[in-house]
Design a protein around this ligand. Structure first.
Ligand code: IPE
Ligand code: IPE
Ligand code: MG
Length: 259
């Protein structure tokens, strides 16, 4: 069973601070181009933003932060850029994991690891193991990740594990095999860089997530910009299929009982 209830089965609790924020970190290349720098300089600088946003999320009390670092489709980029990104990921693991651990942050990596080299694969599992009992923030890096890949691999595992349940599978059966089954669905999705698309990120889990798009390029995104996104999130009414009147009525009831 998945740890958290799906929004399709029960209306989730909504808090002023989103429990789970998922971000498409886009715009590194354009940030570099604007400064007449090579694209990879944008990726390098984007790492600074990752540090700042992880720190801020931990301070704000966000429990899960999921960052899209490399998509299944990003292998189509020029070979030099792909290997730079792999090197950057490796460096991040080498240099930052002890800091994450000191700050009680659990690191998880989701995606199809099969195309990574052995060294990177080993670093990933070592980092996950080292930080596995940390609980102040779960930082998930989606690398060689695609939402469609995730649904397919979950389906294959589910069918292999329970061939006898054919025709009787429920949504929650599949959710238990999705690569991020340890986290609730994202409350807030942010995409930087101005594009208004999902680009194969968390297709299943974004079903009821509040979407926020900003033109700010990822290397220029900062704690203030994150707070603006959270502010926008707070102003939304999350209905999950209900009417506005029902949402308000329920809010008043939970206010009266204090839960
Ligand atoms: C996002 O920035 C980082 C990755 C996809 C790895 P981009 O590299 O896509 O930057 P733009 O969209 O070209 O500006
Ligand atoms: C999405 O950004 C993937 C990541 C940020 C890792 P892209 O820049 O690859 O997305 P598209 O190609 O513009 O849709
Ligand atoms: Mg892009």
């Amino acid at each position: 069973m998945a740890l958290f209830q799906s929004s399709a089965r029960a209306v989730p609790n909504t808090n002023p601070i989103p429990c789970h924020i998922a971000i498409i970190m886009d715009g590194n290349g354009r940030w570099a181009k604007q400064r007449f720098l090579p694209r990879v300089a944008g990726h390098q600088r984007g790492m600074e933003t990752v540090r700042e946003i992880v720190k801020e999320c931990r301070e704000l009390g966000v429990s899960y932060l999921t960052l899209f670092a490399f998509s299944s489709e990003n292998w189509r980029r020029p070979q030099e850029e792909v290997s730079f990104l792999m090197q950057l990921f490796l460096k991040m693991l080498e240099r930052e994991v002890s800091k994450l651990h000191e700050n009680d942050i659990r690191l998880k990596v989701i995606g199809d690891r099969s195309r990574f080299d052995e060294n990177l694969k080993r670093r990933i599992s070592d980092a996950e193991q080292l930080t596995s009992n940390n609980s102040s923030l779960t930082l998930t890096v989606a690398a060689d990740y695609g939402g469609r890949w995730d649904v397919m691999q979950a389906m294959q595992k589910m069918l292999q594990a329970h061939p006898e349940r054919m025709n009787r599978f429920k949504e929650e059966d599949l959710e238990a095999y999705l690569s991020i089954s340890y986290a609730p669905e994202p409350d807030l999705f942010i995409r930087t860089g101005g594009e208004k698309r999902i680009s194969n990120f968390m297709l299943w889990q974004l079903a009821y997530t509040e979407l926020y798009f900003t033109d700010i390029l990822w290397p220029s995104f900062d704690a203030e910009a994150l707070k603006l996104a959270i502010h926008s999130y707070r102003e939304r009414e999350r209905r999950f299929g209900r009417t506005s009147e029902q949402v308000r009525e329920e809010g008043m009831q939970s206010g009266r009982t204090g839960d």
